[in-house]
Design a protein around this ligand. Structure first.
Ligand SMILES: Cc1ncc(COP(=O)(O)O)c(C=O)c1O
Length: 499
């Protein structure tokens, strides 16, 4: 590589170090435009050879230039001149952004998630990957009526700023449900959030610091995994069996680590549809009380129950230790973005501050509408109407698995929620199976995208809430064909992959 300024002729015995002399020359070249913004500098080994300095000195030159803001270094890509002037930005398009942005590649989870949204709308594709509530249960007529009345009654107040914890009227309605189900005692314990995802994000950011140890049920909801990982915590997965989160495994982790937070869905868990067994529920809260860690209880699917009796929220057993998160998304509609956190003590104050720093507060008119909606009996009616519809689809999917994948898979009947967790009796390469399934016109959520560690077995989540019975049946038929194809082309059964 040739330089646009001289590198040789350095004063080897002068007062100024070799490093500083080279830093000055590079800085001058950048300031005079001899080195253009975005331009790649030679590797340190080349610089060392050309300037007749050792490699360490060359590395020091680039480090110092980076500290002084002249260059940016990206592992694996190299060192680039910073501080684009607008004209140069135009000339080079937007490529410069990848040099300036932190070095970050999309994770397997993120790829799968964006695939799920994309494939859900692809012509001819049967998406068993998305488990949104069916639009047929979105209460649009009721909401239209409520909205019109809300604007007429609340006037300009409805569009003003409100407090970060949310409208008192809505918090009161949420707390009424909380008293019945055990997740809250009163409105002072509630923060309204923009969906349950924000509730999870705010809660983990309030509780967890980089380097902390957190445990989470595995498999779980992809958004919980993403939120936990973004804190820089060490995330340990705890298996889920037919009795829910394995508390023995948690106890084992507790013998070796100081756990800060334990995240789980104790009822109708996504993706397994299991409930945490009564004995495990009390042991978990007892452990939280003895060892002083927080429990993050996600209740979004708790009301969508097909079998068994409704469970009290875990928070009733340990209200100071359990932070409950929930939303209207799975019953009323995810687009409303109304969720909440129920907690007490200093953690509640921390979360309120974080909520304020994130978006000040959740949309005021939507909070008014949600409060009015919850004041009617429409929520309970919606659940009653939707349960038979979802139960029928769950049963069709279970039957289709038994018919088309007999002897190939194991799947427990979910007690609630929108998903079935399926495990192959003989593993295959997960990505290969996924690609083959998509080629056959069906998509699903691969287990590797929603488990903490590289899974030993091949599992996947199938969601049934959005599909008609005949499409569920056809989707499983396609899956079976894809599996046969994978087995044919690869006789070597290996555990699921993850980079
Ligand atoms: C278990 C679980 N928790 C939280 C969420 C996020 O819910 P929301 O749409 O209210 O943000 C989801 C969404 O799928 C979920 O499945």
């Amino acid at each position: 590589m040739s330089y646009k300024f001289p590198l040789t002729g350095l004063a080897r015995e002068g007062k100024l170090s070799l490093t500083q002399q080279l830093v000055d020359r590079f800085a001058a070249a950048i300031e005079h435009g001899d080195l253009a913004p975005g331009e790649k500098l030679p590797p340190t080994r080349t610089l060392a050879a050309d300037a007749e300095i050792n490699h360490l000195t060359a590395a020091r030159v680039y480090r110092k230039l980076a500290e002084e803001g002249y260059v940016t270094a990206t592992v694996g890509r190299g060192t680039f001149v910073r501080a684009l002037v607008p004209a140069a930005a135009e000339a080079q398009g937007d490529d410069w952004q990848s040099y300036v942005l932190p070095d970050r590649q999309a994770s397997y989870q993120e790829e799968i998630l964006s695939d799920a949204f994309r494939l859900a709308h692809e012509e001819g594709m049967i998406s068993l990957a998305t488990g949104f509530p069916s639009p047929r249960f979105h209460p649009t007529d009721e909401l239209a009526e409520i909205s019109a009345q809300m604007w007429a009654d609340e006037g300009k107040d409805a569009i003003s700023y409100t407090t970060p914890e949310g409208l008192l009227g809505l918090r009161e309605r949420i707390a009424e449900g909380g008293k019945k189900r055990g997740f809250a005692e009163g409105p002072e314990e509630i923060i309204v959030t923009s969906g349950c995802q924000q509730a999870i994000d705010v809660a983990v950011r309030a509780i967890v610091e980089p380097g902390d140890v957190v445990v989470v049920e595995s498999p779980t909801f992809v958004g919980t995994l993403a939120a936990l990982r973004s804190t820089g915590a060490r995330v340990i997965g705890i298996p889920v069996d037919e009795n829910g989160f394995d508390v023995d495994a948690l106890e084992h982790v507790l013998t070796r680590h100081e756990v800060k937070l334990c995240a789980l869905q104790p009822a109708c868990q996504n993706p397994t549809g299991t409930d945490l067994a009564p004995e495990r529920r009390s042991r978990l809260t007892q452990l939280a009380l003895e060892r002083n860690f927080f429990v993050l209880e996600d209740g979004v699917y708790g009301d969508l129950r097909y079998d068994g009796k409704k469970l009290d929220a875990l928070r009733r057993q340990a209200p100071g230790h359990v932070v409950h998160v929930n939303s209207l998304s799975k019953v009323v509609g995810g687009g409303l973005r109304i969720g909440w956190i129920a907690a007490r003590g200093p953690v509640l104050e921390r979360m309120t501050m974080l909520k304020q720093g994130t978006d000040f507060h959740t949309s005021t008119p939507i909070q008014h509408i949600a409060a009015r909606y919850l004041a009617t009996n429409a929520y309970a009616r919606n659940i009653d109407e939707s349960l038979p519809y979802y139960r029928e689809r769950r049963d069709v999917l279970m039957d289709a698995l038994a018919t088309h994948l007999e002897g190939e898979v194991h799947a427990d009947v979910p007690h609630g929620g929108h998903h079935v967790w399926v495990t192959l009796n003989r593993p295959v390469e997960e990505r290969m199976f996924y690609s083959e399934a998509v080629r056959h016109g069906v998509s699903f959520t691969p287990g590797g995208a929603i488990t903490v560690d590289r899974p030993q077995r091949t599992s996947f989540r199938l969601s049934f809430s959005l599909l008609e019975p005949e499409d569920l049946e056809e989707g499983v038929r396609r899956l079976a064909r894809a599996l046969r194809e994978v087995r044919r082309s690869s006789r070597t059964a290996v555990a699921a992959p993850l980079s």
